[in-house]
Design a protein around this ligand. Structure first.
Ligand SMILES: [Zn+2]
Length: 74
């Protein structure tokens, strides 16, 4: 039974390479990489949408829709 565990550990030891979901760069799936599966903090933020919301804030869409009162009769 212990032999099986040993094999599993060996497989775990191999550093996995993943593609960053944002920029598709090869990223080492390492415990040191706190941004995994992303290559860097920026890519992580982009994926989370935080980066995008920082860059493009939706402006000009104020209160066009005041109420859901679209029956036509007023
Ligand atoms: Zn990336």
């Amino acid at each position: 039974m212990t032999e099986k565990l040993d094999t599993a550990q060996k497989q775990n030891d191999v550093t996995k390479i993943v593609a960053c979901p944002t920029c598709k760069k090869s990223v080492k799936w390492d415990q040191d990489n706190i941004f995994r599966p992303f290559c860097c903090k920026r890519c992580k933020l982009i994926d989370l949408g935080e980066w995008a919301s920082e860059g493009h804030k939706i402006a000009g869409e104020k209160s066009m829709f005041v109420d859901d009162d679209s029956s036509g009769e007023f």
